[in-house]
Design a protein. Sequence first.
Lengths: 257, 257
Amino acid sequence: MLTRLHDPIELLRHKMEGVAELTNAERKALAALPIRVVALAADQDIVRQADKSLQSCLLMQGLACSSKVVGDGRRQIVAFHLPGDLPDLMSLHVGTVDTTVMTMTPAKVGVILHEHLRELFANHRLATAFWRSLVADAAVAREWTVNLGRRDGPSRTAHLLSELIARMRDIGAVNGDSFDLPITQEELGDALGMSTVHVNRCLQSLRRKGLISWVGATLSILDRSSLAEAGDFNDEYLNLSRSAAPVGAVWEQRRLH
Amino acid sequence: MLTRLHDPIELLRHKMEGVAELTNAERKALAALPIRVVALAADQDIVRQADKSLQSCLLMQGLACSSKVVGDGRRQIVAFHLPGDLPDLMSLHVGTVDTTVMTMTPAKVGVILHEHLRELFANHRLATAFWRSLVADAAVAREWTVNLGRRDGPSRTAHLLSELIARMRDIGAVNGDSFDLPITQEELGDALGMSTVHVNRCLQSLRRKGLISWVGATLSILDRSSLAEAGDFNDEYLNLSRSAAPVGAVWEQRRLH
DNA sequence: CGGAACTTTGAGTCACTTCAATCGGTGTGG
DNA sequence: CCACACCGATTGAAGTGACTCAAAGTTCCG
């Protein structure tokens, strides 16, 4: 599966089928989308905060992140982007991004002009699929807020790693319970809002408990359910869009009656 | 202005004109939207996490918040909702919400059926306006993540209060530099990811520096620019959609050339 | 082989938490 | 009209999680 997903169109199709059912006509429309593939080194800006943008990009290979820098120069990563993600899709509607999107590893991105996306959205169902992907990203962002606000170091770390393996699994990037995570503890700290030293100690604590092993760039989850428990992790928020495809159930008019 | 905005349609129109230019036809379409107004007491759930939903609501009066509860029972507020906000607009596209939305004060909400919104979205420009409002909310959420991850107590508090007065000003709810903020320090702590005690001390520190005064339910910003500086606050992220209305400028093909 | 980048460790300090008590205002029943 | 209860704000004191600083150990790579 992973090999097939090196093709930008297939990747995009897989992403959209994750949140909505597509007809053959819609798949064809997606396939007709002009995408220019660009290879980037690690630590390259893709879009910078406040840039005007007439295009959005599809991450195809590698890892990327969105971050903001605060007054004292430290940065906070607000999202990790995996292959298949559209890190700056929001610029389609507001023409700018409020974060800096950069690669964390060598990467390939597919550049899609907004005008082509807009043409695609003549089909409402496709527009909805993209809309859902934006909503799904927002759900992840809210969970990060919870993570930073209410969980201590070890738990916060466990939660983030649980999120990552879940998302990696969705795109078929997990072998057994291991996946490639070629990022530094400093970057992890920027995402967790913690110092590098403390990240290191939290990871050790997870290792000592036999929950994970992280050698080189390979992270292995040794005990997925215990890790989830340690991180107070529940994957529902990752699957909102998926379960939503058929909106059927009657809404119980509890309070707003 | 505030009085006029007690009408749900006017409130919605004001919201949407904040992010996009509307034609008279579009204003008329908005005005035709069936909205059922419901009055709620304080601390009532509007939508609960994981509820299936066939409608979204427009907050008309009062304050509301979205929150999630973590394993040990503490909660994290992930967003404050002001009059004019659509706290659960995302349920339009995924059929669920991942947070619990509840009132913090007595409130009025306008209930709008998803089917009516979808009809409205036959007009692409109106759909875009709603889309932008969702993107704007996501930008605020990302800034909260930064705030929780990288700013200490006093600064974090100053930042949130700066955000609140800026958003209150947008809806005309600010008199001079004062506005009604009828929430407890505990609620503020749930938003800031801090204990009540520490919120109290951070507020005192801001008071001692002459930046704010908070008596009863009235918060006054005594020195707006110093408060912004103390909170490392820059309102750009709140105005993304506004500045975006005409997407004109040519995007400089810096790195993705 | 040497150097740079990253990880790991230790020690001291500080921000923030928790627990506990007090204070003040507000509403309520007697 | 007062006594009481309740809720929220405030204060103090002790404990702890996380940070900073600094150094040493590792891995990677040219």
